[in-house]
Design a binder for this molecule. Structure first.
Ligand code: 5AD
Ligand code: SF4
Length: 484
């Protein structure tokens, strides 16, 4: 675990520290006392389950929640039949919210037979005022609600919830603060996400993220490099730099630094062999970054570059600040500069006012760029965003029809592109034993494609050169050549 803290040396009868993160260590020690009492009474440690919805940022936040719970003494489990269950929620599309409401029903049923159980909700969905109101009104069995800005206060909030007999709610509208040095439990030993910035300033007209994650804040390069070096010492070989818009990293720091410069610094850390990042906004992607990617030995040949729509008219209504032609030009430059680059994207279908012609523009870009893969989304109306009040919302059946056509096109193109590597030798980082067939292990190429090869658990976390024998559309079957 990164930043394991010796809680037993903290005196919880002493004065509460005012500074962070010491204040949170104090509350962790307090919760540890509660855990020990639980263990004495019940003859076992309490179990905790962290369930994550949504993106890589949320996954990373969940690793922080898990790190704190483990440090306190909870036994972390995947089963929601636990003493403490926390949902780290997403709200980027409406169906993410519906999933949470649905699952809360099941949790309530379990809690009825286990009344000591505590249920907590955090993350993006909680930052929406109407959600917090609904939880209070219709889900009174929830014990703790907090948001994205005060996640670092989890130990303090947990301590309150363990003592309280009514719902503890703490939601902040925003924060300037970035608290470092809290424990983190990584899901994988050999790879890790690293936050480089929080929030987003772009206000794409359909997107709720700027409202729930707040304004853009970059971590200092010093803190990021310290964390990456520590991860490297712990055996991490691949890192994923995380931010809503990594290309604008560093612009607001006292001593501004570009994202490309940050990458160059990280590249110097010997033990780190692969560097990934996510997400890039086309409007901020610099020529400097393309140059750095092209000359790097470690930055993976994968770029996720959400285009959202291929129609300049819709892009303007989306407030994306680039045109169809600019996106095509950028994709062309990237492909030219970086050999074997895998370009992936996000596309929204059915944005208000989207005509058949606009949709054809999207299909045109899809064909011209030839994405290696694309996440396709049906536009979801998010309360409070400018697009939600735009006229001309598109009828469901038209959206569904376009969505199906787009999906077919995207899948066909990505299968064609994937096939091009068949027979070639490439390096994979082995991630896990295959869940369907234990005689196989599963790894990823630099371009992020999945490869299954014969092997066993001892190979996890190692780089293996493989021949890509058979392409199955989205993944490959391969054979190892040598083990590095
Ligand atoms: N409706 C549908 N898709 C959305 N996304 C963001 N907001 C919405 C919305 N309101 C998609 C975008 C973004 C991805 C993370 O989610 O494509 O890139
Ligand atoms: Fe949302 Fe646009 Fe920010 Fe991405 S860049 S998080 S789509 S507002």
């Amino acid at each position: 675990m990164y930043n394991e803290i010796d809680l037993d040396i903290i005196d919880i009868n002493s004065e509460l520290p005012a500074e962070e993160p010491s204040r949170q260590y104090y509350f962790m020690a307090k919760c540890r006392r509660w855990v020990k009492d639980f263990e004495q009474k019940n003859g076992r440690f309490p179990k905790a389950c962290v369930t994550t919805f949504g993106c890589q940022m949320n996954a990373r936040d969940s690793e922080k929640l898990t790190g704190i719970l483990e440090n306190i003494g909870y036994q972390v489990t995947d089963s929601e039949e636990a003493d403490f269950v926390i949902y780290n929620t997403c709200t980027v599309r409406e169906n993410a919210n519906n999933k949470v409401y649905g699952r809360l029903g099941y949790l309530n049923a379990y809690k009825k037979t286990h009344p000591h159980m505590k249920i907590a909700l955090c993350g993006c969905m909680m930052q929406e005022p109407h959600v917090a109101q609904r939880i209070q009104k219709s889900y009174p069995f929830v014990d703790l609600v907090f948001g994205t800005h005060n996640l670092y206060k989890f130990p303090e909030l947990l301590a309150s919830a363990l003592e309280a007999d009514k719902m503890v709610i703490e939601l902040w509208e925003g924060t300037e603060q970035i608290v470092e040095e809290l424990p983190v439990e990584r899901k994988y030993t050999f790879k890790s996400g690293v936050n480089i910035m929080f929030g987003c300033n772009n206000f794409c007209s359909y997107c709720i993220v700027p409202y729930v994650r707040g304004r853009e804040r970059s971590r200092s390069p010093k803190d990021i490099l310290r964390e990456v070096k520590q991860l490297a010492r712990d055996g991490v070989v691949e890192i994923m730099l995380l931010g809503q818009n990594v290309n604008s990293y560093g612009k607001t720091l006292k001593e501004p630094i570009t994202f490309a410069e940050l990458l160059t610094e990280i590249e110097k850390i010997d033990e780190i062999k692969r560097i990934r990042f996510m997400t890039s906004h086309p409007k901020d992607l610099s020529l400097e970054l393309i140059r750095v990617m092209a000359s790097s030995k470690k930055i993976c040949n994968h770029l996720h570059l959400p285009m959202q729509s291929g129609s300049s008219r819709i892009l303007e209504k989306m407030n994306r600040r680039y045109t169809k032609e600019q996106y095509l030009d950028l994709a062309g430059r990237l492909r030219e500069a970086i050999p074997h680059l895998s370009l992936t994207t996000d596309i929204i279908v059915g944005f208000p006012g989207e005509t058949e012609e606009d949709f054809e523009d999207t299909m045109d870009v899809v064909r011209k760029v030839g994405f290696d893969s694309a996440f396709t989304f049906i536009y979801s109306k998010r309360t409070g965003t400018p697009a939600a009040s735009m006229e001309d919302q598109i009828p469901e059946e038209i959206v569904k029809n376009r969505f199906d056509r787009l999906l077919r096109e995207v899948q066909e193109i990505s299968a064609q592109r994937a096939k091009r590597l068949t027979g070639q030798v490439r390096t994979i980082l082995v991630e896990e034993v295959n869940s369907h067939d234990p005689s196989l292990v599963t790894g990823r190429l630099g371009n992020n494609s999945v490869v299954h090869i014969p092997g066993d658990a001892s190979m996890i976390g190692t780089f293996v050169d493989v021949t890509l024998e058979e392409c199955k559309g989205f993944y490959y079957y391969g054979k190892p050549i040598t083990t590095a």
